[in-house]
Design a protein around this ligand. Structure first.
Ligand code: UDP
Length: 239
């Protein structure tokens, strides 16, 4: 396999739940450090890395609304939860000696930078890891949509969706032993088969802007590096 990376700039989408590891709530320091090391290997291979993180390990607007909180307020709480996760990722990355910048879609200047596209691109060009926080900054959206939006804005070559399974299956592999993994799918197939990969807004944005997506298992060390080096047998490619 070639050691020249196959991608110049990637966007990694991490759900809030992915940060919990085996915890019921919050952020696992083991997961954080593993993640930071994975990002480091990819960055050292010469790939520019941007991250979009979710907030589902802390708050989701939909869940809060079920408990009676106004939906928009709940979504704002969800977006603020992503800022906390982003700060934790920045901290883990900087602890191992890389530079990272959190950029938020909601202005919260004492804590992190505002999202300014040109500045984000400059950070990436300088080898800094950019962690996009607060989703799109708007209620009723998800951080999957934010990932597709930011990937489009920064002209990422690939979106990576980190999950706990090694790709997209015909059915839930934990429930159905017959479930088969797809190695490749088109965006239209994802939509027509109603596969729960990312929400439809995100899928449409990636499809319309021709940004490929690879779903992979973040708990398996070294997968991220293999993908950026051009491996085609890791996870599922959607394009
Ligand atoms: N959210 C939002 N607008 C956005 C992105 C996120 O309002 O553009 C809120 C929404 O309430 C969502 C929460 O933030 O439930 C956390 O994001 P998400 O559910 O996407 O996190 P994940 O499932 O990836 O952990």
């Amino acid at each position: 396999m070639s050691t020249v990376p196959a991608y110049k700039r990637i966007l990694l989408k991490l759900s809030g739940e992915a940060l919990m590891g085996s915890l019921d709530y919050g952020i696992s320091s083991d997961v954080m450090m593993q993640l930071a090391h994975e990002i480091q290997t990819v960055s050292q291979a010469g790939v520019e890395v941007a991250v979009v993180v979710g907030g589902g390990n802390i708050f989701r607007g939909e869940g809060l609304a079920k408990g009676g909180i106004d939906r928009v307020t709940g979504d704002q709480m969800g977006m603020l939860a992503t800022v906390m996760n982003a700060l934790a990722i920045q901290d883990a990355i900087e602890r191992i000696g890389l530079n990272a910048r959190v950029m938020s879609a909601i202005r919260i200047n004492q804590v992190c930078e505002d999202f300014i596209r040109r500045r984000a691109v400059r950070h990436l060009e300088k080898g800094r890891i950019v962690v996009f926080a607060a989703g799109t900054g708007n209620p009723f959206f998800t951080t999957d949509s934010a990932a597709a939006l930011r990937a489009t804005e920064i002209e990422a070559d690939l979106v990576l969706k980190a999950t706990k399974v090694d790709g997209i299956y015909t059915a839930d592999p934990k429930k159905d032993p017959e479930a088969m993994r797809f190695s490749e799918l088109s965006y239209d197939e994802v939509l027509s088969r109603r596969l729960a990969v990312m929400d439809q807004t995100a899928i449409l944005l990636c499809r319309d802007h021709r940004i490929p997506l690879r779903v992979y298992n973040m708990t398996s060390p070294g997968e991220l590096l293999k993908i950026v080096q051009g491996a085609t047998d890791v996870g599922t490619l959607v394009h």
